[in-house]
Write a protein that binds this ligand. Structure first.
Ligand SMILES: *[C@@H]1O[C@H](CO)[C@@H](O)[C@H](O)[C@H]1NC(C)=O
Ligand SMILES: *[C@@H]1O[C@H](CO)[C@@H](O)[C@H](O)[C@H]1NC(C)=O
Ligand SMILES: *[C@@H]1O[C@H](CO)[C@@H](O)[C@H](O)[C@H]1NC(C)=O
Length: 176
């Protein structure tokens, strides 16, 4: 009798685990297309993603994007100080970096607003803020294009764009 309970217990746990994993992978299948692997890898890095529903995954994706935008802000500051130190700074690069700094700073507030609205299940409101946040890495790339210099943040802007796109698409799933 005791054995049977233990068996059922483990059966329940393993079913719960595979169900949760299916949720993460199913969610990534629905939203990520060719970025499926990136989606699974990014979200899996957060242990609570295993047991999260769409709302939980949206919050995790938004949080990851906040961390990434913050990382990019630090990178911009680092470029600004190294450009000044080495006197390699050109006015055009300076303008572009200032623009990126502003974009990512606003991007972090966009994402924090989005996060609060997802928590409150105001999904339409969250999508307004996420759409704004989505533009920030593009604005940064555009600033470099306008400067006529090559972008110093190709990798960072690309990674941030992929993450914010995931956050946006997973948030749409909550209401669809
Ligand atoms: C998101 O980040 C905030 C602040 O770091 C944290 O309190 C919260 O638990 C995180 N939420 C999720 C779902 O990871
Ligand atoms: C987020 O969106 C709301 C509209 O839903 C807007 O009023 C608010 O200013 C936005 N927050 C940020 C940080 O842009
Ligand atoms: C943010 O993006 C960079 C690439 O630009 C990546 O190397 C880094 O791991 C990411 N960091 C976080 C916290 O997501």
């Amino acid at each position: 009798m005791k054995g049977a309970y233990i068996f059922i217990y483990f059966l329940t746990i393993s079913q719960t685990l595979s169900l949760a994993l299916a949720t993460l992978e199913d969610t990534c299948k629905k939203v990520a297309g060719s970025d499926f692997k990136f989606c699974v890898t990014s979200l899996q890095a957060i242990p609570s993603s295993q047991a999260a529903d769409a709302k939980g995954l949206a919050l995790i994706a938004t949080n990851l994007t906040i961390a990434n935008y913050t990382h990019n802000l630090a990178k911009v500051r680092e470029l600004m100080s190294s450009a000044q130190e080495r006197l390699i700074s050109s006015p055009q690069v300076e303008v572009a970096l200032n623009s990126c700094l502003a974009s990512y700073a606003v991007g972090v507030s966009d994402l924090m607003s989005a996060n609060a609205k997802i928590e409150a299940v105001d999904i339409d409101g969250a999508l307004v803020n996420l759409s704004e946040a989505w533009k920030r890495p593009i604005e940064c790339e555009d600033a470099f294009k306008k400067s006529g210099m090559g972008s110093l943040l190709v990798k960072e802007d690309g990674f941030a764009s992929r993450l914010v796109t995931l956050a946006l698409k997973i948030t749409v799933l909550i209401i669809s």
